[in-house]
Design a protein around this ligand. Structure first.
Ligand code: NI
Length: 174
């Protein structure tokens, strides 16, 4: 997988049912060099994951409201490229759609989840500047999935039915 920057640390990704994944994360208050260093390690960790399109700080045990989203590797998924969203808030929702989701913290399963089709999001960038985005389609889904991690929620918590909406991934190499 991507080994773009050998100077960067690969962080350990927590997996279900680790209790830290259920914790509600705290807002980021210090937009400093330590934070930006962490963000680069987190991005490196995301890029090393299998086909990952997003990651949230709580997935590596850091209880802060920070996510990274990048859907640019997905065919037909229009998006903004790599985005770091700190203290993100959804300010508007529109529509809803069912789609399949996976998660680095739930490596053996995917699931069908209902999400808003279009959202407006306010956030901060790594230097604390205010950002505002409109997301739609797959990118909107990924942002909602990653933001759920900040409230201690996994896609497993969003399934209407574990019987019909949860799917085992095939074993690696199969
Ligand atoms: Ni996830």
């Amino acid at each position: 997988m991507a080994e773009r920057d050998p100077e960067r640390s690969l962080l350990e990704v927590l997996t279900y049912p680790d209790a830290l994944l259920k914790r509600v994360a705290e807002p980021v208050e210090r937009f400093d060099a330590e934070l930006r260093d962490f963000i680069e390690d987190l991005a490196h960790t995301m890029e090393a994951g299998p086909a990952a399109v997003g990651i949230a700080a709580p997935q590596v045990g850091r209880g802060q409201r920070l996510v990274i989203v990048d859907v640019s590797a997905r065919p037909r998924a229009a998006g903004h490229g790599r985005l770091v969203l700190i203290n993100p808030e959804i300010t508007a929702w529109e529509g809803h759609a069912v789609g399949r989701e996976g998660c680095l913290s739930v490596p053996d399963y995917t699931g069908n989840v209902i999400r808003a089709e279009r959202i407006q999001v306010n956030a901060r960038d790594p230097r604390g500047a205010a950002l505002e985005f409109a997301f739609e389609g797959f990118e909107a889904r990924v942002v909602q999935h990653e933001m759920d991690h900040l409230d201690g929620l996994l896609f497993l918590d969003r399934l209407v039915s574990r019987r019909s909406d949860l799917f085992a991934r095939r074993p690696r190499g199969a």
